[in-house]
Design a binder for this molecule. Structure first.
Ligand SMILES: [Zn+2]
Length: 316
C-alpha cells in the first residue's frame, strides 16, 4: 500500500478503484487561458465535465489520470473544482507534451528535471496541487532533440521521486522503443513506465517486444480512428483481447484520451467531437468491456486491467 498525489491531496493507492489511465478534462495551449480567455468557455467546460464525470461515477468510474501539461494548457484549479463536484479522483501531471517550451533546448535535462520535481514535491503554480505522474511525448518520425531533453528530464525526475512516467507515442513508427531506450539510459525502473497510445497500431510483435522490456502498455485511444488509418474501437477491443490471450492482462490499461467537446471552440467542432464519442468517459464501460466479455474475457481479468493494474503501476 502506498500514497499518491491527487488534485485533492494524497490518496491511498488501494482507493483508486476503477481508473482511466490517460484522459483530459480539456486541452488547448500554454498561456491561452490568461492571454486569450475569450477562446475558452471555462464555465461551460467545467459544467460539461461535471455532468459527464458524475454520470461516469454512477457507472463505476473512480479515478482519471489527466495527463495535460503546460503546453496543453493544463488547468489544475479546474481539475480540483471538478474532482470536488463529482467525487472522481483526478491525478494531475507534470512534464511536457509535444510543444516543448522554447527555452528548454538551452538547458541540460538536470535543470528541467528540477522543475518537474518541484511540481511533484511542492506543487503546481502556487496552488499546492502536486503532480502524481510525469508526462512525456514523442510522435511520428521519432524523438526530436527538444523532446529528448524532456524524456531524459522525466527519467531523472522519476528516479528521484518514484513518480511514474506516462508517454504519448506514435506506435506505427514504433516510437515506444526509442522512449524505452532513452529512459533506460537514465536508469528508470520499467515498472514505472507506461507507453501510451499503444493501440494506434495492431502490431503484436512491437507490443510484446515492449512488454518484454518490462513496461506497461496504454491502450488508451478509444473509440479510435481519429487519426487517419488508425484502428477503430472494434479492432482496438480485439487487440486488447489478443494481449489478454497472450497472458498480458497484468500489464495493460485502458482509456479514451477524451476531453469534453466544450473544450473545443465553435458549435460545429463540438458537435463533431460529440458524434465521435457520445459516451465520453463512459465509452469503455458501455462498449469495450461488454464486448470483451462477449469475447470470453473474465470479470477478474477486467478487474485486473481497470482496477489492479493502475494501483500496481503507482505502487511501482
Ligand atoms: Zn492525451
Amino acid at each position: 500500500m502506498s500514497t499518491i498525489n491527487s488534485v485533492l491531496g494524497p490518496v491511498d493507492t488501494a482507493d483508486l478503484g476503477f481508473t482511466l489511465s490517460h484522459e483530459h478534462l480539456a486541452t488547448n495551449a500554454a498561456g491561452i487561458l490568461r492571454t486569450f480567455p475569450e477562446l475558452i468557455d471555462r464555465p461551460g467546460i467545467i459544467d460539461e465535465a461535471n455532468t459527464t464525470l458524475k454520470e461516469a461515477y454512477d457507472e463505476g468510474l473512480r479515478t482519471i489520470i489527466d495527463v495535460s501539461t503546460i503546453d496543453l494548457g493544463r488547468d489544475v484549479e479546474m481539475m480540483r473544482e471538478v474532482s470536488q463536484a463529482t467525487g472522481v479522483k483526478i491525478i494531475a501531471a507534470t512534464g511536457n507534451h509535444l510543444a516543448v517550451p522554447r527555452p528548454f533546448i538551452d538547458f541540460a535535462p538536470e535543470v528541467i528535471a528540477n522543475l518537474y520535481v518541484r511540481e511533484i514535491e511542492q506543487g503546481i503554480e502556487g496552488t499546492g496541487i502536486k503532480a502524481g505522474i510525469i508526462k512525456v511525448a514523442s510522435d511520428a518520425g521519432g524523438v526530436t532533440e527538444a523532446q529528448e531533453i524532456v524524456l531524459r528530464a522525466a527519467g531523472q525526475a522519476c528516479v528521484r521521486t518514484g513518480i511514474p512516467i506516462s508517454t504519448h507515442t506514435w506506435s506505427p513508427d514504433r516510437v515506444g522503443e526509442q522512449q524505452v531506450r532513452i529512459l533506460k539510459e537514465e536508469g528508470v525502473d520499467m515498472n514505472l513506465v507506461y507507453i501510451g497510445h499503444s493501440n494506434d497500431d495492431t502490431d503484436m510483435g512491437y507490443l510484446l517486444g515492449l512488454l518484454d522490456q518490462g513496461v506497461w502498455l496504454g491502450l488508451d485511444r478509444f473509440p479510435g480512428g481519429r487519426r487517419a488509418g488508425t484502428p477503430l474501437w472494434e479492432q482496438r477491443t480485439e487487440l486488447t483481447k489478443n494481449l489478454i490471450d497472450a497472458g498480458r492482462a497484468d500489464r495493460i490499461m485502458l482509456s479514451h484520451d477524451h476531453s469534453v467537446p466544450k473544450a473545443r471552440y465553435g458549435a460545429a467542432v463540438q458537435e463533431e467531437r460529440f458524434k465521435y464519442n457520445p459516451d465520453g468517459y463512459n465509452f469503455i464501460t458501455r462498449n469495450v468491456l461488454p464486448r470483451l466479455k462477449e469475447l470470453g474475457v473474465s470479470d477478474s481479468d477486467i478487474n485486473q486491467i481497470m482496477v489492479e493494474n493502475p494501483r500496481r503501476f503507482f505502487e511501482g
